[in-house]
Design a protein around this ligand. Structure first.
Ligand SMILES: [Zn+2]
Length: 448
């Protein structure tokens, strides 16, 4: 396919979106979040569509109608961004769009405004072509993705309108210009644990060696959750579903586990961690103690501590049930807790998602991305958690989900950036995906 060119002025257009500091986590930026939502709604209107900004979650809900009977494609992206702090580490204003070398820098350029812009620009290029639109676009964009809001999931659960496919551009590919299509994500159990071993803290000179210390009790309980030989205890592995041959073959083309660990300066968990990197990140659940509070660290003292708390997160593997996992984790903790200690827990649950990919929608996306990038996209799972994918899977909406940032796009970090060359490719890939969906899903295609 010939190298794609974008219309003159595209960078200014994208820049006008990126300069809006739509930081959803900061109430001071609430008006900017609305401004960014209006930017998206205006774009939909300028393409001949209708759009509104809803109070709830600042969702932008719009439609650009194709010909009667055209397949309906949900275009999802989020226009809110992470706070830019620490500001002193940025080499340019996070809310200006600046090209340096082969990169475009701005907060949100990779996650996710730049990628949402590609999807909208792809629709614009189809609208400008003078031909009939291949599909009807239903645009639903999120203003609280970065703060974990679930307005989008409530919207999808309540929505009764026709949707034949969804296209999402968010996230990254591990190798430059080797796109990855995501077919499963892990869920999350976020567990708060509090242990108590007495009415109050004690003098360790009087009671040390005779009274139970809450920090020790907590540490002892945690040993029941930790992995052995790279696998969590069996009760935490219930429901794990093995990858297909096709998935395993594709993962062998990803950077090696040793590279992935070395790139971030990580110490491997054990001798097999590098070899099993993708099986552990995509297929297996994992558990991390994310923080421990107790005692008075930093102050030399002689206290026997009676209260300690901790946060634990479990990444729930595709196929697993977060409720079952949370209950199993609590049972393991209680069993390992020393007698007499009491424990309270509180869990927040996000389900994993498995998107079927033996369907025309996925094939349309795979062909389009393959043609534009000149290489077969890989079929991957995501080790992270994307609540919207679970909602799409629940509704049975076949989805093309790809991310075009790179691991060194500094997502959620200072100097967030996106390769300039990726923009024309991303626009072309989205546009060809819409075209292919139009061909494969239209009623005439079904009859043929
Ligand atoms: Zn993000």
């Amino acid at each position: 396919m010939a190298p794609e060119t974008l219309p003159e002025g595209w960078l200014d257009d994208l820049g006008s979106f990126l300069v809006i500091p739509s930081v959803s986590a900061d109430p001071a930026h609430a008006p900017d979040v609305v401004r960014a939502a209006e930017w998206v709604a205006d774009r939909v209107r300028s393409l001949g569509g209708e759009a509104e900004v809803r109070e709830e979650g600042r969702l932008v809900v719009g439609e650009i109608a194709g010909p009667p009977g055209a397949p309906v494609v949900l275009v999802y992206g989020h226009y809110d961004v992470q706070p830019p702090d620490p500001l002193e580490l940025w080499e340019s204003d996070p809310f200006s769009a600046e090209v340096r070398g082969e990169w475009l820098y701005a907060r949100g350029v990779a996650d996710d405004k730049g990628q949402l812009w590609m999807q909208l620009e792809a629709a614009a290029s189809l609208a400008a072509s003078g031909e009939e639109l291949p599909v009807t676009f239903r645009v639903v964009c999120d203003g609280e993705e970065e703060t974990g809001g679930d307005a989008i999931n409530r919207f999808l659960a309540a929505d009764r309108e026709r949707v034949d496919a969804c296209v999402v551009l968010d996230g990254w590919m591990k190798r430059r210009n080797k796109p990855e299509l995501v077919v499963a994500t892990r869920g999350l159990v976020a567990l708060d644990v509090e242990v108590s071993t007495g009415a109050r803290d004690l003098h360790s000179g009087h009671y040390g060696g005779t009274a139970l210390n809450a920090i020790h009790a907590l540490a002892q309980a945690f040993t029941a959750l930790l992995p052995r030989d790279g696998r969590l205890p069996e009760p935490l592995r219930a429901g794990v579903t093995p990858p297909s041959e096709e998935e395993l073959a594709g993962w062998s083309e990803l950077p090696s586990g040793a590279e992935e660990l070395a790139r971030v300066g990580a110490v491997p968990l054990d001798g097999r961690a590098a070899d099993e990197f993708y099986v552990r990140a995509f297929v297996e659940p994992s558990l991390d103690v994310t923080g421990i509070l107790g005692g008075k660290p930093g102050l030399r003292n002689t206290t026997l501590v009676s209260r300690a708390s901790a946060g634990v997160t479990i990444r729930v593997a595709p196929g697993q049930d977060p409720e079952v996992l949370a209950a199993a984790a609590e049972r393991l903790l209680r069993k390992a807790l020393p007698a007499g200690a009491t424990m309270e827990t509180k869990a927040d649950l996000t389900p994993p998602a498995t998107l079927p990919y033996d369907n025309d929608v996925f094939r349309a996306g795979r062909e389009a991305f393959g043609a534009v990038f000149g290489t077969q996209p890989l079929v991957v799972r995501a080790g992270g958690t994307l609540p919207i994918l679970a909602a799409l899977a629940d509704r049975g909406i076949p989805t093309v989900m790809a991310g075009l940032a790179l691991p060194d796009s500094h997502t959620h970090s200072p100097n967030e950036r996106m390769l300039v060359e990726t923009f024309p490719l991303g626009v072309a890939a989205a546009r060809e995906t819409y075209r292919a969906l139009g061909e494969r899903l239209s009623p005439s295609a079904a009859r043929a």
